[in-house]
Ligand binder design. Structure first.
Ligand code: HPA
Ligand code: ZN
Length: 330
């Protein structure tokens, strides 16, 4: 259709993407073999068939298990390079990428290995294709704030070496029972250090977690945030302050945040004046990259070309580039 080709060709930004969530089953098996790791699945097909989630936690269990195949700098490089190639096919020009060092340091992988592999691929893509990248180091909220501080201390000596990429701090993993205030002190430290701040909130958790992320963590964007709709005063504030929501339609569907795509609230959030963006979250697990996410939601909600373009423009407005750099993405 005309809308399909419009979406396919439209330049895009990606602001909510977990690099560990781009590990496709084929690459997972290849890395398992390279590293002599035995996966609890016989085949790529059997692994894919297990991607049938009932909620966030049921996904996270497989996502953390899958990350075990990542051992060397080359593994992180290969995963990131594969993502960039796939993103470029979807006309993504700039991606601000989450990574979860704790998923790896807990297994004895050094944080330097994680940084080097991801940054290596982003720098090569910048040099050869002009692909824009940034790295947002995310804390796992099911772990303690002390462990987050620990991770920050391990990463800070690398800051100079990666200052061209590492510009942000995020918060992800199991939302319910791990409210933003649990990380108030470590986010204050990251703010003082001059990092951009974002946090997952209002995916499965209540609107209060979105308010907490804004008022206690001082984040600049909310990752997901779809449950903000339950609080009219919060909706007004998000619209007035143009606080971006990085919404992930296929993720919301696969993790049963919405029953079917026709019930997704993205168009309502947009109509209410919020700075809504579309993103892919963990595309290897949720069945689609950027174009698929735009298409799924635009078709289910019969969005107009103008609405789709507004979402894409919101993505440029919301990214952590200066105005001059943003202008090159228009
Ligand atoms: N929510 C919380 N944690 C995550 C997600 C998500 O969508 N993806 C990867 N880690
Ligand atoms: Zn996410």
């Amino acid at each position: 259709t005309a809308l399909r080709s419009f979406i396919e060709g439209m330049p895009k930004t990606e602001l909510h993407l977990h690099i560990e969530g781009t590990l496709e089953p084929e690459l997972m098996f290849a890395l398992a073999q390279r590293n002599n790791i035995k996966l609890p699945y016989d085949s790529v097909e059997a692994l894919r068939a297990a991607y049938d989630f009932s909620d966030l936690q049921s996904f996270l269990d497989l996502y953390y298990a899958g990350a075990n195949v990542l051992q060397t700098e080359q593994d992180f490089y290969d995963m990131t390079a594969a993502y960039i190639k796939r993103a470029q096919a979807d006309q993504v020009r700039h991606a601000e990428i989450f990574f979860d060092p704790q998923t790896h340091t807990e297994r004895g992988i050094s944080i330097a290995t994680v940084f080097a592999g991801i940054a290596g691929a982003l720098r090569d893509a910048r040099r050869t294709d002009g692909f824009g990248g940034a790295m947002i180091m995310s804390f796992l909220r099911h772990l303690s704030e002390e462990e987050a501080f620990d991770t920050l201390e391990q990463a800070l000596p690398l800051r100079d070496q990666y200052q061209d990429l590492w510009n942000g701090i995020g918060l992800d993993s199991s939302e319910r029972g791990n409210p933003p205030e649990k990380f108030q002190r470590v986010f204050a430290r990251c703010k003082a250090l001059g990092f951009h701040l974002v946090a997952h909130a209002g995916e499965e958790g209540p609107p209060e977690y979105v308010i907490g992320a804004l008022d206690l963590l001082h984040v600049e964007r909310i990752d997901h945030g779809v449950r903000s709709e339950e609080d009219p005063a919060l909706m007004q504030r998000l619209a007035q302050q143009r606080i971006p929501l990085t919404v992930c339609p296929l993720s919301n569907l696969k993790l049963c945040v919405v029953k079917d795509m026709a019930q997704h609230n993205l168009a309502r959030l947009l109509d209410a004046g919020l700075a809504v963006t579309v993103n892919s979250d963990d595309p290897a697990y949720f069945g689609g990259y950027m174009t698929a996410n735009y298409l799924a939601v635009a078709e289910a909600l019969t969005m107009s070309r103008e609405q789709v373009l507004t979402v894409a423009r919101n993505g440029i407005e919301a990214c952590f580039l200066n105005d001059e750099e943003k202008a090159t993405l228009m």
